[in-house]
Design a protein around this ligand. Structure first.
Ligand code: ADP
Ligand code: MG
Ligand code: ZN
Length: 475
């Protein structure tokens, strides 16, 4: 039997605000436990929340970027549940009237045509604290630094049909929130995380199958592996004509498998009701337009522009626009080195090997320096091969390309006088090869040029080398 996979993601993106959503405490990651708390986020009786304007503005921007409907009048709601990491006994979230609904994003999977994925809703909420378990002691601790940190929850429609599509969707949203500069996107620290819902159904069946919710995946790779694992596990169950039980499962990255955390009833009873401590959030047109004016060029648009303006393949353009920093790096380099294709190739193979799109800011090589290095190859001062070596040095020490080329004596040998003696030496030392060449074995030329490269440590200008050998062989 053939099955179709159905996936929907719930993404939690932590907003990059200085203070928490309902109080003035810092959101900085990594402070000693419980040092970033106050009576409000500690849930002392009698305290009242005050909404952080920046959170609403971030939500408006994300709503505009995902072509969502912005609810001009939206509300906060109490989601009631008891757990030690949430001292109030409820989480302030949004329910019936979230700030954004009915959005969409486009995804690309290699070898498939672009596809639109629906976004059911985006809502604002506060994060919970963190429980810290110590295996050596029979106790758990609670750290409330994270309690009250602002989140946007982005819920997708069950429109994704494979783990690849799910990861492409996740990466696209990751790029969007980073372009908007509303979330730092750090998956290791949990500032950008997702739960994945996945089910299988027979190809010809209309209703969705029973779903499993997967948690605890803190990298794109883990999301991919967890979904592939779950796809196989559910297929095996269905083929044995068993029933998939609705569950929440945790991904164990060390063991590469998921484990059941709890069986999940269809709907939790969170006893949602309107949050009486906060007034409705009213968005006026003026505010929305001001936010629209602040939007940067978004990844899809920039990708299409890169492809048409610089004559790049869609694939190259997608890689170069994966982060705003990388796209900026590329465009800045282009100011001093106009060969876009060559620049794209060099960045794709040499730069991205060491610095991924998210880490370009840490790269010691600046766009102008890369442009000058590549200009040296265009002008024939160094060979393409030497350029890679020089670039490696630049990455290691941040020095200018000219300085490295000079210090290491890597300038290309383009002087006939210098090379001709070596060419003659090589021909004299290899009479057999010369004989073969004269008998018509043109390939021997490669051997001669190779010998010359060896003698000059790769610095001989290859075109000139060819010319000199031909000349000496009397051609
Ligand atoms: P809950 O709040 O209980 O997690 P939701 O109805 O909000 O449930 O759905 C959460 C996510 O699960 C959404 O992204 C949705 O697209 C996805 N989803 C719902 N039903 C299925 C299904 N049968 N298979 C896969 N994903 C599903
Ligand atoms: Mg859920
Ligand atoms: Zn506080």
């Amino acid at each position: 039997m053939e099955f179709e996979t159905v996936i929907g993601l719930e993404i939690h993106a932590q907003m990059k605000t200085k203070s928490k959503i309902f109080c003035g405490c810092s959101t900085e990651f990594g402070a000693p436990p419980n040092t970033q708390t106050c009576p409000i986020c500690l849930a002392m009786p009698g305290t009242l929340p005050v909404l952080n304007r920046k959170v609403v503005e971030s939500a408006i921007k994300l709503g505009l970027a995902t072509e969502s409907t912005l609810n001009r009048d939206n509300r906060f709601a109490r989601k009631n549940y008891f757990y030690p990491d949430i001292s109030k006994g409820y989480q302030i979230s949004q329910f019936e009237l979230p700030i954004c609904e009915h959005g969409r994003v486009e995804i690309e999977v290699e070898g498939q045509s672009p596809k639109t994925i629906g976004i059911t809703r985006i809502h604002m909420e506060e994060d919970a604290g963190k429980l810290v378990h110590d295996d050596r002691e029979p106790v758990s601790y609670v750290d409330l630094n994270r309690a009250g940190t602002p989140l946007l929850e982005i819920v997708s429609e069950p429109d994704l049909r494979s783990p690849e599509e799910a990861v492409a969707y996740l990466k696209k949203l990751h790029a969007i929130v980073r372009y908007l500069d509303i979330c730092d996107g750090n998956m290791q620290e949990g500032s950008f995380r997702c739960d994945a819902n996945i089910s299988l159904r027979p190809r010809d069946q209309k209703e969705y199958g029973v779903r499993i919710e997967l948690k605890n995946m803190n990298s794109f790779r883990n999301v991919q592996m967890a979904l592939e694992y779950e796809e196989r596990r559910q297929r095996d169950i269905l083929l044995e004509s068993g029933q998939v039980v609705q569950q929440t499962r945790l991904w164990d990255a060390d063991r590469c498998r998921s484990e059941s955390m709890r069986d999940k009833e269809d709907a939790h009873d969170y006893r949602y009701f309107p949050e009486p401590d906060l007034i409705p959030v009213v968005l006026d047109e003026d505010w929305i337009e001001r936010m629209r004016a602040e939007l940067p060029e978004l990844p899809d648009k920039r990708r299409r522009r890169f492809a048409s303006q610089f004559g790049l393949t869609d694939y190259d353009a997608a890689i170069l626009t994966a982060s705003r920093e990388l796209a900026d790096f590329f465009e800045t380099s282009l100011r001093d080195f106009a060969n876009a294709k060559k620049l794209a190739n060099f960045i794709g193979t040499e730069l991205l090997r060491d610095y991924g799109p998210e880490r370009i800011g840490e790269c010691p090589v600046k766009p102008g320096q890369l442009a000058r290095l590549l200009t040296m190859t265009e002008e024939g001062a160094i060979s393409g091969k030497i350029a890679k070596t020089v670039f490696g040095e630049m990455l290691a020490c941040g020095a200018d390309p000219e300085a490295i080329v000079k210090a290491k004596g890597l300038v290309q040998m383009s002087d006939e006088g210098q090379l001709i003696a070596l060419v003659r030496e090589i021909l004299a030392a290899n009479p057999d090869q010369v004989q073969q060449f004269r008998e018509g074995k043109a390939k021997v030329m490669g051997f001669f040029v190779g010998q010359l490269m060896q003698k000059t440590k790769g610095q001989a200008n290859p075109q000139l080398a060819n010319k000199l050998f031909q000349q000496e062989l009397g051609l």
